[in-house]
Design a protein around this ligand. Structure first.
Ligand code: NAI
Length: 207
């Protein structure tokens, strides 16, 4: 099992996982650090260092077992188990996430959608009914929820996250443009497309 894994390596883990899945589909059984590095745009020594840090095993001259490494990384990432998500906010973002077929495929199942707009409550979005946000406490106390998707206006996100954290929800996938503050034990992963665009703009300027 992996011990401490640095943030930089954690950010690369999904890319390792994806490349190893592709290699498995291509029928490749073993891969050297050099070939994997070429495929991923990393040096062979970087690959060896990364794999070492998350507890992967290779054999001198044989390289790495593709399926063994894919399973190991899946386990380190925790994507070899199911995650139950709820979506708060049935607007553009909430709907897009509810409709994205790839999330259930990788083990992230949407259990419920909540909104405060009476026009939206009761509506079916990709087979999931939109429930009244007033039902949040009842729902979460009755059913396990691993991750809450925050797809509400920025000024509502902190309050909703706090309510959910008080109920024991640990994971927050935050789309609202605000820094969510929660007690230790809660994990917030921000998805800010505009920040990504700003980085792109900066890089274009440098070229
Ligand atoms: P939207 O306006 O389409 O949807 C927001 C939904 O939240 C609405 O259905 C509204 O009724 C609901 N809502 C408002 N107050 C609520 C409450 N107290 N409890 C439950 N539901 C409530 O907005 P959109 O486009 O889906 O964006 C959602 C959030 O994501 C916004 O904060 C927006 O700024 C942000 N955003 C983030 C992007 C990113 O890259 N992460 C890109 C675009 C928007």
């Amino acid at each position: 099992m992996a011990g401490y894994v640095s943030d930089a390596v954690v950010k690369r883990l999904p890319a390792y996982y994806r490349h190893l899945q592709e290699l498995e589909k291509e029928g490749v059984n073993q891969i050297s650090s050099r070939d994997l590095g070429e495929r991923m745009g990393l040096t062979a020594s970087q690959i060896r260092q990364d794999i070492n840090s998350f507890g992967g095993e290779g054999r001198q001259g044989y390289g790495y077992s593709v399926s063994g490494m894919r399973k190991h990384i899946g386990h380190v990432l925790g994507v070899d188990r199911q995650h139950r998500m709820i979506i708060v906010g049935a607007g553009n973002i909430g709907r897009a996430i509810a409709g994205a077929g790839s999330f259930p495929q990788i083990g992230f199942e949407t259990a419920a959608i909540f909104d405060s707009d009476s026009q939206k409550i009761g509506e079916m979005i990709h087979g999931i009914p939109v429930q009244d946000i007033a039902e949040l406490e009842r729902f979460v106390s009755e059913q396990p929820v691993d991750i809450a998707v925050l797809a509400v206006p920025a000024d509502k996100a902190q309050g909703i996250a706090q309510r959910l954290s008080d109920l024991g929800v640990k994971g927050f996938w935050n789309f609202a443009p605000v820094d969510i503050k929660l007690p230790r034990g809660a994990v917030v992963e921000n998805v800010h497309l505009d920040e990504s665009l700003e980085v792109l703009s900066f890089r274009i300027l440098q070229e």
